[in-house]
Design a protein around this ligand. Sequence first.
Ligand code: FPP
Length: 249
Amino acid sequence: MKGKLESLLNNNNLPRHIVIIMDGNGRWARRKELDRISGHREGMRSVKSVVKAAKELGIKAVTLYAFSAQNWRRPKDEVDALMELLKQYLIKEANTLVEKGIKLNAIGRLWELPPDVYQVLIETTEKTVDCREMTLTLALSYGGREEIVDAIKKIISSDISIEELNEENFSKFLYTADLLEPDLLIRTSGEMRLSNFLLWQLAYTEIYVTKTLWPDFRKRHLIKAILNYQNRERRFGLTSDQIRKRKVQ
Ligand code: FPP
């Protein structure tokens, strides 16, 4: 049965692709006088809950910023713990993903991951390759600037000419070539920045920042973010009048 909040959603105007900067695990742990790793562990519970909720709500794609290219510079203990949590998530959730029809995808400099994590990631991706209900993308060792540089390297070694190159075919060289454009970016824990996430792809994305820390973020918070999105007017550089006329046509 749908909850009260969920029944307020307009199913004809759902964001198709939601991307999330999951921030605040450390602060959540500090407030509870726990170590940072406990914050990440609880953050993993939010990941499970939000992925399940997004699927139930009919969202077609979710992308999570799980580990940035810059996160390697954190203390070794924390990096190791995050890699272990990721591996455990993949091992434990593989069957649930298949059952729910969720295809796992990953973007970033994946070759920088520890070999055992990379191996499990590839295996889980392969297991879910035929799933069609929703795509879950994990951004791992991911940086937006790094992605653009990697795209340019691919372009230089491809046979595309400078004259041919445009925004549309450039985006096919990005890690996200097969993904929908993001409609909604959610950032938890109140910070107003992009932190090197999907710099190219977020050009027309609606941004929603909540003070809720990631380990506290669950289905009702996701619904609130979507309701907020549904009250926006997306203009893509056009005027309000133009948008209204387009809707009537
Ligand atoms: C940011 O919080 C969060 C991260 C760097 C890692 C996100 C990882 C998880 C939620 C757990 C595992 C993920 C998956 C996909 C299984 P922070 O540590 O920067 O928080 P702070 O700013 O409060 O210190």
